[in-house]
Design a binder for this molecule. Structure first.
Ligand code: GAR
Length: 201
């Protein structure tokens, strides 16, 4: 059984999807052993408590510098003994040191069909561009911003009259399906990176 640590900054609905998938049997090869958050007000903390998952708070604002924050985050990540770290709405960029130390073991969910629309407000970017199809991407994290080998993607149709909220909600439903699948694949040892691309075994 692999250990999965989730990093989340806010609402935590993707974190909840992982918890639910563990309960329903969609994730069998891993279990969520810790929530790490940078936000003391994150609703993800409430979800963790309900599921009896321990929480580590690493609040960026309480550190004198970015380096000290990264030092503490890396310490907390080491202590989890997790096999996989899942960025589920974690709104901070991880430093190079962290990405390097946990290379191949950090996964991110992004609300766009990467490599289109990286960064913030991905759904708004997609609408402004007039795309007809949007979606979400689970990828392994490298040193870039929302780059790294793609594990799974799912798409949704953009509908006439969509707003940022309505499109985000439709994408979110797919995220909740895609992320637990990717976690299960990782925990089963079925994700292999070859030439910068993911092959699902
Ligand atoms: C999700 O839509 C996730 O894809 C996005 O933040 C939301 C978090 O929702 N992440 C990013 O935009 C990262 N670039 P949640 O807290 O309910 O899971």
């Amino acid at each position: 059984m692999k250990l999965v640590a989730v990093l989340a900054s806010g609402r935590g609905s993707n974190f909840q999807a992982i918890i639910d998938a563990t309960r329903s049997g969609d994730i069998t090869a891993g279990r969520c052993s810790r929530l790490i958050t940078d936000n003391p007000g994150a609703y993800a903390i409430v979800r963790a408590k309900e599921a009896e998952i321990p929480v580590s708070l690493v609040d960026y604002r309480t550190f004198p510098s970015r380096d000290r924050y990264e030092d503490q985050l890396i310490r907390v990540m080491r202590e989890t003994d997790a096999d996989l770290f899942v960025l589920a709405g974690y709104m901070r960029i991880l430093g190079k040191g962290i990405v390097h130390e946990f290379s191949g073991r950090i996964m991110n969910i992004h609300p766009a069909l990467l490599p289109s629309f990286p960064g913030l407000h991905a759904q708004r970017q997609a609408l402004e561009c007039g795309v007809k199809v949007a979606g979400c991407t689970v990828h392994l994290v490298d040193e870039g911003m929302d780059t790294g080998p793609i594990v799974l993607q799912e798409c949704v149709q953009v509908i006439e009259g969509d707003t940022e909220e309505s499109l985000s909600e439709r994408i979110l439903q797919r995220e909740h399906r895609c992320l637990p699948r990717a976690v299960q694949l990782f925990c089963e040892g079925r994700i292999r990176v070859e030439d910068g691309r993911v092959r699902i075994l």
